[in-house]
Design a protein around this ligand. Structure first.
Ligand SMILES: Nc1nc2c(ncn2[C@@H]2O[C@H](COP(=O)(O)OP(=O)(O)OP(=O)(O)O)[C@@H](O)[C@H]2O)c(=O)[nH]1
Ligand SMILES: [Mg+2]
Length: 439
């Protein structure tokens, strides 16, 4: 990445986490490790980590009052410039902690937002991140206002201050509305672009996965693209689409997009709708997994959760276990491939296993080459919605009480739709079977 800003002294960060009831020591250690990675991805230097065992966060300070005092000492001794908490803080907790510690207080959400803000390059990315930041800020404006009133001194400033707060709040709300309008425009443009791709009938595969799993590296390897691939979290923010040909000459579009993370802030997913629609609208998902990561199962689960949130669950998915060149126990690859039938194990760095990946993708897309026609009663709206969600609709007509849909659908949906197959469907697919995709 090109460093556009002058080099500053790195922030000295102290990380704080809670070991809560129902959360194992392991989970805490993991998420603290992830917080550390997030902090260094944001450019901070982690000075120390403090954890506390509590049944639940306290209302005023998140941690216990006594612990907060201990942290205050540590902050001064270690010349800490920012204190980062492992969960989202309430507006009141943030305010109290800042008052007590006299340092910048951040939570996990703000840290992630900050990394996104640093990475955003495109106009779309910037609009999305600004929206997420303002939505985070809005309920916390009082905290900012308290800072100001302290600086300008107490008596007499209260009335005008409050008015100012109202003005600020309205401004932020107006800006949010403006950003939402602009992003709606972006969504429309993206939808038109996708429509264009559909006309070509090239299947679209969205590369999804936990951040740092190797999605961009795989895209670069397959398509010769030049997407930044780096050992940092959220290296990719903007979706990039490139095409390549399978051995059978079929052309496939691969879309690389933003990585997922456990506890990904909801405001962020909401704001990144325009970008993430590339995922919900894809024909097939390629789920890239870093098999060398010690918490591989949890990462896969986190990705599934985000996929559900994006309403893309149930789409045909090809699981790709990556980074097999880094495995201490090489037999792990075989174990995982067996556990997830249809998956493949590769190294996007060395190219090992990539032939199998290509074969698996070709096989998975083979089913897409048959188009079928279905007559679905309009009363069965959930089925019509499902065809749209997991299929690739080429044509939609209404005939009385029926929707007549011509679509490519994955095998599992084809079974479900058997009884709705149009009389002439077999003939249709034989006559107008999609010619080999050509580029
Ligand atoms: N050893 C090894 N390293 C890999 C492999 N694939 C990717 N990497 C490295 O892993 C790091 C992350 O790769 P990326 O391709 O940027 O990962 P990503 O999934 O696009 O990550 P984000 O865009 O940040 O979500 C980079 O340093 C890659 O060089 C692999 O198969 N083996
Ligand atoms: Mg990437």
């Amino acid at each position: 990445m090109i460093q556009t800003r002058p080099k500053k002294q790195p922030e000295r960060a102290l990380l704080i986490g809670l070991e809560q009831e129902g959360v194992s020591k392991w989970d805490l250690a993991d998420s603290m490790e992830e917080l550390r990675e997030l902090a260094s991805s944001a450019g901070a230097e982690v000075v120390d980590t403090v954890t506390q065992k509590l049944s639940r966060p306290t209302a005023p300070f998140y941690i216990g009052k006594g612990k907060a005092e201990v942290i205050k000492d540590c902050v001064q001794r270690e010349r800490v410039t920012s204190v980062i908490f492992n969960d989202e803080l309430s507006p009141a907790q943030g305010r109290n902690l800042e008052n007590l510690l006299s340092r910048k207080v951040l939570d996990r959400t703000q840290l992630i937002l900050d990394i996104f803000a640093q990475r955003a390059r495109s106009r779309e990315g910037r609009l999305q991140i600004e929206l997420a930041q303002l939505q985070y800020l809005l309920p916390r404006l009082t905290r900012m206002w308290n800072h100001l009133s302290r600086q300008t001194g107490g008596i007499g400033t209260r009335g005008p201050g409050e008015t100012q707060l109202e003005v600020d709040r309205r401004r932020v709300q107006e800006r949010i509305a403006r950003l939402e309008r602009d992003l709606e425009g972006v969504r429309k443009v993206r939808a038109i672009q996708r429509q264009g791709r559909k006309r070509h009938q090239w299947p679209v595969a969205a590369v999804v996965g936990y951040t740092n799993a190797g999605k961009s590296t795989l895209l670069n390897l397959m398509t010769g693209a030049d997407v930044l691939a780096a050992n940092q979290l959220f290296a990719t923010l903007d979706p990039t689409t490139r095409s390549f040909h399978l051995p059978n000459k079929q052309r496939v579009l691969l879309t690389d997009t933003v990585g997922f993370l456990r506890k990904l802030p909801h405001t962020l997913i909401e704001s990144f709708k325009a970008t993430l629609e590339e995922v919900s609208d894809a024909d097939i998902l390629i789920h890239v997994v870093d098999l060398s990561h010690p918490r591989v199962d949890e990462q896969m689960e986190a990705v599934d959760i985000v996929i559900k949130e994006l309403d893309a669950f149930g789409k045909q998915t090809l699981i790709v276990f990556n980074k097999i060149d880094l495995l201490d126990q090489p037999e792990l690859a075989g174990i995982y491939v067996q556990r997830f039938p249809g998956s493949v194990a590769i190294s996007a760095r060395t190219g090992a296993g990539v032939d199998q990946f290509v074969q698996a993708l070709q096989a998975a897309l083979g089913a897409w080459r048959l188009r079928s026609r279905f007559r679905v009663p309009l009363s069965d709206s959930s089925l019509v919605a499902e065809i749209h969600r997991v299929g690739h609709v080429l044509e939609l007509r209404y005939e009385g009480e029926y929707a007549v849909i011509t679509a490519h659908v994955p095998p599992q949906l084809e079974h479900k739709l058997e009884r709705f197959a149009d009389e002439s469907a077999t003939q249709v697919s034989a006559e107008t079977a999609v010619p080999p995709f050509s580029g």
